[in-house]
Ligand binder design. Structure first.
Ligand SMILES: NC(=O)c1ccc[n+]([C@@H]2O[C@H](COP(=O)([O-])OP(=O)(O)OC[C@H]3O[C@@H](n4cnc5c(N)ncnc54)[C@H](OP(=O)(O)O)[C@@H]3O)[C@@H](O)[C@H]2O)c1
Length: 271
């Protein structure tokens, strides 16, 4: 496996860069790593503002690609537009959505959107970036932004937890298949983060809890893990302690505890 990554003046693609973790990773990649950025999400105005800010503050170059990653045509376009003009060394597949509430209240259409965004488009991009790196002889790195929700049952986020479990197992399995090759895959699995995903939900739980990690430290740890070519990384001491403790707790108990917390929060929000 190749050594630690250097992103200075190299192009890194970040999906979901218009908000939350992706936006913060883009900020830090420009400010701390000196990387040029390809910023991808649906909200073009937010991406353009971010690009202008990063270019003027840090002297990096940015390219904006507005795309809906739940649509296969857009996923393909992102790959082709990104690779047409620039040589890419890092790919952060961060865009993701969730559904808080009973799985049965999630429409089929919304479920398909969740799967396409969190999972199908991600796998398509991985399938295409691996031969791209190999063909160009680039010792590139891919980060799959998963979640601790992919490591344990999360009632009332069932489809989300399922999609993240896929990403975690997919990424870890693929990492082993790539042993000895120049490219690395990092599965990054945060616990709760203080981002719009949590705060835009109407669950007061996220207003009151102290268990959300601040986005700056989460992003910093994710980028460091990717640069060091870690295969799986959970940021935050509290999250790692929770993960360690979960080895000694039956999954059924963990599901019941999480279920009870969410039921209370959903009831308080009038669901
Ligand atoms: N927040 C948490 O507690 C938490 C915990 C663990 C893992 N994560 C993971 O971290 C990642 C980032 O989440 P976040 O917390 O930063 O949430 P966020 O603030 O809601 O950001 C989500 C990002 O994904 C983009 N996105 C969503 N649907 C898209 C689509 N169809 N096409 C293109 N882009 C799309 C959004 O951009 P547009 O709306 O502009 O398209 C936005 O930039 C996700 O994969 C999430 O699962 C979050």
């Amino acid at each position: 496996m190749a050594g630690k990554l250097n992103f200075r003046e190299r192009w890194v693609l970040v999906t979901g860069a218009s908000s939350g973790l992706g936006e913060e990773m883009a900020n830090q990649l420009a400010a701390e790593y000196g990387a040029n950025l390809i910023l991808v999400a649906r909200r073009a105005d937010r991406l353009s503002d971010l690009a202008a800010k990063l270019e003027s503050a840090h002297g990096v170059h940015c390219k904006v690609i507005a795309a809906d990653l739940s649509r296969h045509g857009d996923v393909q376009r992102v790959f082709h537009e990104a690779t047409a003009e620039h040589e890419i060394h890092g790919v952060i597949l961060n865009a993701g959505i969730t559904h808080f509430g009973k799985h049965q209240d999630l429409s089929w259409e919304r479920f398909e959107t969740l799967l396409q965004t969190n999972l199908v488009g991600v796998v398509w991009l991985v399938n295409n970036f691996l031969p791209y790196f190999a063909g160009k002889g680039i010792d590139g790195a891919i980060m799959l932004v998963s979640s601790m929700a992919g490591m344990m049952p999360v009632p009332y986020q069932a489809a989300y937890a399922g999609s993240k479990a896929f990403l975690t197992n997919f990424g870890q399995s693929l990492s082993e298949e790539l042993r000895g090759e120049a490219v690395s895959i990092t599965v990054f699995s945060p616990g709760g983060i203080a981002t719009p995903m949590a705060h835009n939900s109407d669950l007061r739980y996220f207003e009151n809890t102290m268990f959300l990690q601040d986005v700056a430290s989460c992003a910093a740890q994710g980028l460091a893990a990717m640069a060091a070519r870690r295969r799986l990384y959970v940021p935050g001491k509290f999250n790692r302690l929770q993960l360690f403790s979960s080895r000694f707790v039956p999954r059924a108990f963990s599901a019941a505890l999480t279920g009870a917390t969410y039921r209370k929060a959903l009831r308080a929000a009038g669901h």
